[in-house]
Design a protein around this ligand. Structure first.
Ligand SMILES: Nc1ncnc2c1ncn2[C@@H]1O[C@H](COP(=O)(O)OP(=O)(O)OP(=O)(O)O)[C@@H](O)[C@H]1O
Length: 698
């Protein structure tokens, strides 16, 4: 937590803010005095009306005393009206300040989405703060008026009212901090559940298709239980609030009634006693109730919201602002910095506690707009890495961030889209399939432009246009991949993870799709490559080679990684129709590549599903393997077979995202992995996916 974000920091900044707005506070206090005057008159005039008027048989005098009480109500109402204006003079500067802070933060982080969320929180902060000012002010001035009235009626009456009132307020003050903690815990649990449901609900069809109902129900159930616990803890503290109210508001009433004979015997008049009862029931009790409920709930909510709005490590201040909620520890001028599209730090993962790590201490950075190809022998961990980045698998160690957002997490999940090898197409219209990841309606023009860019336009046309009904079983694997690719292209997630998502397309169609993703405005692409052309297109290549992971340009990797040279060699043998570059030169170690090939024509996925599933499995180059061919744990491994053995790890510069490190070994056990992300990104259990049984595609 940033210094100054804790309760102490908030209190200090709150006091500074109030000090800076002394004039508004003074005006507020002035108008509030009218309210206390009304409270004073309420009991005092009533007592006089009884003692000097009605009980003495002088009705006119009694009525005469009621007139000031009625005038007091009118004056009080006028004062209350002016109080609202004075509260606004205090609240609006707070709101302005928070808005400035939020906008600065939004600009700095270039994040319009979080900006709108924060703006909403500013409104909550403003309303809550206004409510707090109203109830606290009302309690202070009402109590002052009532206690002054009691004192002027008969000082002994204070004995029955002041001590329990003070005790109730003191007890309430003591419960404030733990109550705020419980309230914050409850809000956090509530938000976690809402975020989870917001992610899960739109993808229910995918959950069912993947057979992941039990797992999702279990995951969500954990959050429901957490919220239940938090709500119970909060409710227990609610009991303390009732005790405060009983002590400070109801006990004085009981004491006044029970002590009535004593008071009457010691010179307190009946009218004064009734006046005291009126003070307690009509003024103190409502004011105390308002304070306890207002401060107890809104106070902690305000604390939470202000803490959230606090700038992350930078200062928001306005010129000429003397004090207020400014960070007391300014760290210097803010430097606008866009977080990398993907950053992986010291990432390790194994499928079981006793299994060898599949990813071991991997660190890499991919800037926004970058294009990374992940290559390596079959079973080395490429899909595992994409699963980790997508948040479908939980790392054993290390950290992953997408556009600065931690993975796993709803914000990160909304910023990435994963397209697995086995494309998921569901029964419905083509439009539904293509726009599944977009919450907003997609204009026809945009949809067709996306299809054109990705290379699915001929397929859209052949199927009868966007409104045509889709029968997943009637589509070839390549056609399903084109649909899934177009869907991902249309999504607003900036980071696209293509895990052999084009393996059923011919090289030209693959080139077209990959280029389209790489050219998406602000788009970043990670592609698990199974063709040399795919790797050559990427600015960077991550070679996963068991414990030695290397990253660099295609040319660098050809020069430095024996495994990569082997992969390129075996790929080139298979790629007779590669649109990109002559690979024979690379096989012989010549790194002078001829650059990108020209834009391929309008090739589309084969309408038969006979394309080789994973031609890049160099461990068995002669055996392309059908897509969806079931694979047993440990079977494909052999990562060391093609590896360079003594090749050292190669840390490269971080100019546009690279790094080293290691990882691999085959995990022994095979866990049933299901996870969920935002709309349409629910993944089948690995064993389902490997078996090609995802959704209706089987
Ligand atoms: N759910 C699982 N439980 C246990 N081990 C698994 C699981 N999924 C994959 N593995 C193992 O983890 C290792 C890495 O698998 P992964 O699928 O990530 O490799 P890959 O490089 O993507 O392979 P391919 O190119 O064949 O898709 C393999 O040894 C695999 O058998």
């Amino acid at each position: 937590m940033r210094r100054g974000d804790g309760p102490e920091g908030l209190r200090t900044r709150g006091l500074r803010f109030l000090t800076a707005h002394r004039r508004a506070l003074t005006r507020l206090a002035g108008w509030s005095v009218l309210e206390s005057g009304q409270t004073f008159l309420l009991g005092y005039a009533l007592a006089r009306a009884l003692d000097d008027g009605f009980l003495a048989g002088r009705a006119a005098t009694g009525l005469g005393w009621l007139v000031p009480a009625a005038l007091g109500v009118l004056l009080g109402a006028y004062g209350t009206g002016r109080v609202y204006g004075a509260v606004a003079a205090l609240v609006e500067p707070l709101r302005d300040r928070l808005v400035v802070r939020v906008v600065e933060r939004g600009v700095r982080e270039a994040d319009g989405g979080s900006l709108s969320g924060l703006t909403q929180q500013v409104e909550i902060a403003r309303d809550t703060f206004a409510g707090l000012v109203m109830v606290s002010r009302s309690f202070v001035f009402t109590s002052a008026g009532a206690l002054a009235g009691l004192c002027s009626l008969a000082p002994p009456l204070l004995l029955a009212v002041a001590p329990p009132l003070a005790a109730g307020v003191a007890l309430f003050a003591a419960t404030l901090r733990p109550l705020a903690g419980r309230q914050e815990a409850f809000l956090a649990a509530d938000e976690a559940l809402a975020e989870d449901l917001g992610t899960v609900c739109p993808g229910l069809r995918d959950v069912t298709a993947a057979g992941a109902e039990d797992r999702i129900a279990a995951d969500t159930g954990v959050l429901v239980d957490a919220e239940l616990q938090a709500a119970r803890a909060l409710a227990r503290w609610g009991v303390a609030r009732v005790a405060c109210l009983a002590l400070g508001g109801h006990l004085p009433l009981v004491l006044l009634l029970a002590g009535a004979p004593w008071f009457l015997a010691h010179g307190v008049t009946p009218g004064a006693l009734v006046g005291a009862l009126a003070y307690v029931t009509q003024a103190l009790l409502p004011a105390l109730t308002g304070l306890i409920h207002g401060l107890g709930t809104s106070g902690s909510r305000l604390t939470v919201v202000l803490r959230r709005l606090a700038p992350r490590g930078t200062t928001a201040s306005r010129p000429g602002d003397g004090a207020g909620l400014r960070d007391p520890h300014p760290p210097g001028p803010a430097t606008p910095r866009k977080p990398p599209a993907l950053s992986v730090t010291a990432l390790s993962f194994a499928y079981g506690p006793a299994s060898a790590p599949v990813v071991d201490d991997l660190t890499l950075t991919l800037p926004a707009g970058g294009h990374l190809a992940v290559v390596g022998p079959s079973g080395v961990g490429k899909s595992t890495l994409t699963g980790l980045v997508a948040g479908l698998l939980e790392p054993v160690r290390g950290e992953i961030r997408i556009c600065g957002r931690p993975v796993p997490g709803g914000e990160a999940a909304a910023r990435r889209v994963l397209i697995p090898q086995e494309a998921y197409v569901f029964s419905g219209s083509l439009r539904e399939n293509l726009t599944h990841l977009r919450p907003d309606p997609v204009p026809e023009k945009e949809l067709l432009a996306a299809a054109e860019a990705v290379g699915s336009a001929p397929l859209v046309h052949a199927l009868g246009g966007p409104e045509a009904a889709v029968d997943p079983a009637a589509l070839s694997a390549g056609e399903r991949q084109l649909i899934a690719l177009t869907r991902a292209y249309l999504s607003s997630a900036p980071l696209a993870l293509l895990d052999e998502a084009t393996c059923h397309l011919d090289p030209e169609a693959e080139a077209r799709a990959e280029r389209a993703f790489a050219a998406r405005p602000g788009g970043t692409l990670v592609v698990v490559a199974h063709r040399v052309s795919s790797a050559r297109r990427a600015g960077r290549v991550l070679v996963m080679d068991g414990p030695r992971t290397m990253c660099g340009t295609h040319e660098e990797m050809v020069r430095r990684s024996a495994l990569y040279r082997d992969l390129v060699g075996s790929w080139t043998t298979e790629e007779t129709d590669d649109p990109d570059a002559p690979e024979n030169a690379e096989r012989s170690g010549n790194t002078e590549s001829s650059g990108e090939a020209g834009e391929p024509g309008g090739s589309q996925g084969s309408r038969t599903s006979g394309k080789p599933g994973k031609p890049g499995k160099t461990a068995k180059p002669g055996e392309p393997g059908e897509a969806g061919e079931p694979r047993e744990a440990g079977e494909p491994g052999e990562p060391g077979e093609a590896g360079p053995g003594s090749q050292p790890a190669l840390p490269l510069g971080d100019a546009d995202g690279v790094h080293t490190v290691a990882g691999a070994g085959l995990a022994g056990d095979r866990r049933h992995v299901v996870a969920h992300g935002p709309v349409g990104q629910v993944q089948a259990p690995r064993d389902l996916r490997d078996g090609g049984a995802l959704g209706g595609e089987g």
